[in-house]
Design a protein. Sequence first.
Length: 521
Amino acid sequence: MRKTTPVALAAVLASVSFTAPADTSLTLADATARALAKNHDIAIEKESFRIAGASLSRAEGAYDPSFRLDARYRDRTDPVNSILSGAPEGADAPHLKGASGSAGVSQLLPTGATVSLTTSVSRDTSDNTLTLLTPSYTTSFGLDVRQPLLQNRAIDPVRRAIRVAGIEKGRSTASLKRTVAETVAAVERAYWTLVAARREVAVRRSSVTLADEQRNDAQARIEAGTLPESDIAQPTAEVERRRGELYAGEESLRRAELQLKTLILAESEDPLWGDAIDPADSAETAVAPVDLAAALKAAEESRPEIAQGQSAVDRQEIEVAAADDRVLPQLDLVASYARRGLAGSLNPNARSFTGQPTTVSDQLDGGLGRSLGTIPENRYPDASIGLALTIPIGNRQAHADAAIARSQKSQAAFALAQLKQRVAVEVRNAANALQTAAQRIEAARSGRQAAETQLRAEKERFAVGLSTNFFVLTRQNDLTRAQETEITALTDYRKALTELARSSGTLLASRKIEIDNGGIR
């Protein structure tokens, strides 16, 4: 008769705590690092962050100055129906030729004002008898300012776009943090699921070994004549039943491996796809008390979803301000100042009405340089200042837009309050789950120890003929269930720790993961 000693039984039970040899050992930290580097969801969110940054830069580009340059040559004869056409003798109309050029720089200011600096130069020749100078050189240098006083003073389409783009960049940062946190949480859950699956396979493999030992022991007793031959049927059936559970456990293990690989691998040619993963970290950990108040406060301050909800409220505040601004009349202060220059040569065809010879002032006699020289002399100033008022009658569209914007802001505020409530519920549920998981660990550990003691006692009774195969196999099944319950309790506690950190918004900080300007380190 074969007999399993208490020492041998302890060795078998101790082997349950170790996973079978695997091709690749992987720690949780390594799995997380792989996911952060290769996860597709994170890669998508990184691109969204870059898009948001580019959108902000694009909106701020409205303040880039614009430069305008215009140059042209003109040759014309105007149809003039007047005795004062100035046409030379024998011609119907005067003929004019000239070349001109102008340049300007315009700048939009953060106050909503537009400032334009312009300059121009032209050279014209004409046979018009009323023209004093030919060729003549005309130059100018001027400044124009338009400042909104009501509509577009506090906010305008450009400032609205910049503020919205800034909020969207912040929202994309929060979205990236949320995706990273969810990915890290998913990796940790998948990792501990794999740990549980491997340990459950080890437990079921050990259970098959125990049943096989019991069958061999029964066979030996049958051969010795102490048991009827029919007693071999029950342990044989139990061996096959447990082997079927082992196969099911191995399938669950492969599924758990694939779930983790999906999160941490990107390229289909990664060799780890074909390897088995051996989790290097143990599920055993110290049980710590839960500070619910601190977790709720941390969630209020750190959950990226709340930051996203607040971004929605902030954006609607901008939309309300922009809509209210469009209700106002448009009143602009318009001012300009220019200095102009003129110079040229006396037109030989010029005729005065009195018949006196025409002359040119020495100050105007010259070429382009002389024309430019008259500008600082301020011979031909041009200054103006005024107001431009536009009042839309009725303006129902703007009033309706303002009402819609206020309602949308209220919706965003209600949604944020609802989100905060949902987050608080998540934190409370996670805290409750963590406390329950901690209690289950102690209960499961005590249950497993009791099952070991009962199995040991039942085998001793069987050895002296005071028990049967049925009771020994039943105690073995009880031990298997107790071991699986303990494994589940340990890994559930780990998952509950992850969920509490995620729901309270402290997961990334506790894992020392930082997100800065779209980068993760």
